[in-house]
Design a protein around this ligand. Structure first.
Ligand code: SAM
Length: 326
């Protein structure tokens, strides 16, 4: 495991190891409180990679530790240097910024890794929130681990966690599914595939697609499903509404303001309702028919054989097909 070496710099006296097995919770020297965990020296002569979360709207949400690290690294790798330049200026951070272009992330990652190996400390930031959460950075972090380069997260805002924490739906188990597909067909299948997902689901959505998305959600997950729209979090027009899918759709359709800004959808997981389950025999029949027939033909025959409702079998067939369950 890559280890973040102890500092020999007199300004940075804390012991910091990324090997958490060696952490001692009572050892206050390991909480980085004196130097924000920034370690500017290493025995190997290598630098470090810092993954730094930045605000999702409210500038005050940046942590003092994030500011300290961004000020002290040699370079900041940003998703968009112009966008981040604005934030850095407001925070009085003058560190040189380099652009991480999503289309050549692999190439860029190799370059950054070389610089870290030669002793540079680099911080990665995205346009907003936590890098790698529906944002670039994966290749860079993966490569850093392959090269035994210490990777240090500087945690902070993320729309996913902010929405979830305020949604009022179960949070004991949840899954994050990133952006909902943009087009109608794939979007319907996407929701259909998640019909029986028992965990709370979190999706990112865009304002111009929210109405279509909620329509498909109603159709595939049911009008009574609890859905939370979390919009413009931490900003002036922050809106969080917890309602049934049907009511939420009507409200968003009626009020064009709800079709603006940045949006997270938090959706309650599937609850087994009596009479809503598919029997093992029906599922087996449908699976066999789907092997040789089109979805439409398979559903038609399955309805004739089992006497089940067409819509229920159609949705279940979509689910089986999209999840490619054998
Ligand atoms: N890495 C970011 C994070 O940690 O939240 C997410 C980046 S992703 C490219 C951008 C999407 O995140 C937006 O389209 C929206 O769905 C969601 N998002 C970002 N900021 C938001 C905010 N202030 N309120 C609601 N959703 C937000």
């Amino acid at each position: 495991m890559a280890t973040n070496h102890h500092s020999s710099d007199p300004h940075h006296s804390s012991n910091h190891s990324s090997d958490h097995s060696s952490d001692h919770s009572s050892d206050h020297s390991s909480d980085h409180s004196s130097d924000y965990g920034f370690d500017h020296s290493s025995d190997s002569g290598m630098g470090q990679l810092y993954i730094v979360a930045t605000p999702i709207g409210n500038l005050q949400d940046i942590s003092p530790r994030a500011v300290a690290v961004l000020k002290r690294v040699d370079r900041i790798a940003a998703e968009d240097t112009r966008h981040s330049g604005h934030l850095l200026k407001q925070l009085d951070i003058n560190t040189h910024c380099i652009a991480l272009h999503e289309h050549n992330e692999r190439q860029f990652a190799e370059k950054i890794i070389q610089q870290i190996k030669q002793g540079s400390h680099i911080a990665l930031i995205s346009d907003a929130g936590t890098p790698l959460v529906s944002d670039p950075g994966y290749f860079l972090v993966k490569l850093a681990h392959e090269e035994k380069i210490p990777v240090t997260p500087i945690p902070g805002p993320s729309a996913l966690i902010a929405a979830l924490s305020a949604a009022g739906v179960a949070t004991d188990r949840f899954c994050f599914e990133g952006f909902v597909p943009s087009k109608g067909g794939p979007r319907k299948s996407f929701y259909a595939q998640r019909q029986k997902e028992p965990r709370t689901m979190v999706f990112y959505e865009t304002p111009h697609r929210i109405v279509g998305s909620l329509k498909d959600l109603c159709e595939q997950l049911g009008e009574d499903r609890t859905v939370v729209l979390a919009r413009e979090l931490t900003k002036t027009f922050e809106t969080i509404r917890n309602d049934t899918a049907k009511s939420l759709l009507a409200w968003v359709k009626d009020d064009s303001n709800q079709q603006r800004g940045e949006i997270v959808l938090v959706v309650q997981g599937y609850k087994v309702v009596e009479g809503d389950t598919i029997s093992e025999e029906t599922e087996r029949t449908l699976r066999i028919l789907l092997k040789d027939l089109s979805l439409k033909q398979a559903v038609k025959l399955a309805v004739d054989i089992t006497g089940e409702k067409k819509k229920k079998l159609y949705n279940f067939a979509l689910f089986l097909k999209d999840s490619q369950v054998e």
